[in-house]
Design a protein around this ligand. Sequence first.
Ligand code: NAP
Length: 285
Amino acid sequence: MIRLGLIGFPLEHSYSQYLHERALESAGLEGTYRLWEVPPLPGSREELLVKLSSLREGTIRGINVTIPHKESILPFIDRLTPTARAVGAVNTLFRDPQKDRLIGENTDSPGFWADVRKGWGKEKGGENRRALVLGAGGAARAVIHALITRDWSVTVAARRILQAENIARYFAGHGGAVEACHLSEHVLPGVESCRLIVNATPVGMAPDTNRSPWPPTWERTGAVYDLVYNPPQTEFMRQAEEQGLEARNGSGMLVEQAALAFRCWTGVEPRRSELLEVLHSKAAE
Ligand code: NAP
């Protein structure tokens, strides 16, 4: 019996359970995937440690981590994979059975890039590898890591400039070309030359579907990737498409990161088409 689950707060809108239940079923594995709501630290420290002990003892096989724990959980993990260390955030935990150690992985970063390639081909950007990332949380870190390791230069825009500056400093320490700017009405010089614009904020996510993170005073010429997948066409995507720009939502990334996590836990590679089918049917409900 394989016990899997997700730690985060709140979790009521998560689709992860449906994806992993389908992956278990298709692989012919008996198991469960539960949603474990754990409020933010430090108040929930004991609750979090109980779940991590179960993982260490092997009664839980694998854990996904989401908002608000992707970064704050790091001090409780014994070892990070090179990707998780470079990103500075985890979304997948498993146990090294030989050494009884908890290992933290980040599948958001390769998941994002796999979907960008799938959607737009590996030549996206061509000579102009300049991207703008909106938001400076755990998901933004994963996206920035994926981009800078492929020689993109990145501007990260956040409503709290300090948060963007912290990320820029972190990645500069890892050899990345990342600039910070303020996500505000104030016009950003050079924004119109970005080839790719990524929304890594939750703005536009259901139920607030008529909101967009894009300041109306900013010009836009690049393709848009919105990490939000519910609704399937966000307001940000709609605005871009109206302008004749390409736009893609985050459902492919969600599937990719889930498939990579499932492989870490079971060694089985789930079929992406089946997981996408699950997402589409849930979105249509
Ligand atoms: P997070 O760590 O909470 O970071 C969210 C970022 O967005 C922060 O910089 C936050 O700024 C900013 N933000 C929040 N509300 C904002 C607003 N109204 N205006 C401007 N900025 C705002 O969350 P995360 O883990 O990075 O996730 C971000 C989004 O990506 C979520 O919608 C999540 O569901 C999505 N996501 C999708 C996938 C996928 O596979 N498709 C994977 C991971 C995440 P403050 O700190 O100032 O609030």
